[in-house]
Design a binder for this molecule. Structure first.
Ligand code: NAP
Length: 281
């Protein structure tokens, strides 16, 4: 196979951990290729796509602030990207540049890995938040047949998202969280609360059922206050690092033709990097 070049583009982009994980897989599978950081300012986006093939790109990841802005440059986008209104992965298909969104696959793949069989009995999920991560979580959980309650500080945002998803997704104020938690099989923090530098998400875990799962999409720190509290209550927990790893699997497969494994070694590599760069994480 010829040398293959993929990218992660955003602005700023230096903080991205994606090169670390794709480079790990390239080495593990002995694939001749690269995965590079591309800082693309908003006014350089058109030029980036004009020279896409000339640059020899096979495809790549897209992050803030381009997740919506790239859509007009793509021949088509997949159903997940349509549902989320955002693209995080670009690849070539039948001679065209196309896009998709793998965040919900990453969200669910992580849950499947960490709590195998979780969806045999789970019926209801409560998601705190209504931004990009909540969108991915809601789409993934709805696709797996759950009823989803979105609780957000700004109720109007939760309402807009619930209306967008239609059946089986409802909107609620943050004040309803304690009541909704009683029936939740999966409780998700999809806000930026709990991230380093942010206050924790204040939520009383006491009403949760003993077999409920608490999932935090935040991964810096790896163990957030809510996950610590859930563990000490004996609840099953899922952290956000696995979501980052699992969403990357699909892009790698598109570009390099191999579905890579999310290994413990890879998890440790990223976890060590997070701890090294974030005191207290
Ligand atoms: P976003 O679109 O900006 O949404 C942020 C959400 O947090 C909104 O619902 C916002 O509520 C809520 N929020 C922020 N501050 C709050 C506060 N003080 N009190 C209550 N709610 C508050 O961000 P995002 O892209 O969804 O990212 C959210 C988190 O997910 C980030 O920590 C990000 O790193 C993480 N994430 C992880 C992965 C992964 O792979 N693990 C992927 C994507 C994102 P309002 O609507 O009221 O403002």
């Amino acid at each position: 196979m010829a040398f293959t070049r993929a990218f992660v583009m955003g602005h700023p982009i230096a903080h991205s951990r994606s090169p670390m994980l794709h480079t790990y897989w390239l080495k593990r599978y002995g694939i001749e290729g690269s995965y590079q950081l591309m800082d693309v300012a908003p006014d350089a986006l058109a030029a980036f796509f004009e020279t896409f093939d000339e640059q020899g790109w096979i495809g790549g990841n897209v992050t803030v602030p381009h997740k919506m802005a790239v859509i007009p440059y793509l021949a088509r986008i997949d159903d997940a990207a349509k549902a989320m209104g955002a693209v995080n992965t670009i690849w070539h298909e039948d001679g065209a540049i196309v896009g998709g969104n793998t965040d919900s696959l990453g969200f669910i793949g992580n849950l499947d890995e960490r709590v195998p069989g979780w969806d045999r009995t789970a019926q209801r999920a409560v998601i705190v938040g209504a931004g990009g991560a909540a969108r991915a979580a809601a789409y993934g959980l709805k696709t797996r047949g759950l009823e989803v309650a979105l609780c957000n500080r700004t109720l109007a945002k939760a309402e807009a998202l619930a209306a967008h998803f239609g059946k089986r997704v409802g909107a609620h104020a943050l004040g309803e969280l304690a009541t909704l938690a009683r029936d939740a099989d999966v409780l998700v923090n999809a806000t930026s609360l709990g991230m380093v530098g942010q206050p924790p998400l204040e939520v009383d875990l006491a009403p949760l059922k003993a077999d409920a799962i608490v999932y935090d999409v935040v991964y810096v720190p790896l163990e957030t206050a809510i996950l610590k509290a859930a563990k000490s209550r004996g609840l099953r927990t899922v952290d956000g690092l696995g979501m980052l790893l699992h969403q990357a699997v699909y892009g790698f497969n598109h570009w390099f033709g191999r579905k890579p494994e999310v290994t413990e070694e890879l998890r440790t590599l990223l976890a060590d990097d997070i701890r090294a760069k974030t005191p207290g994480a």
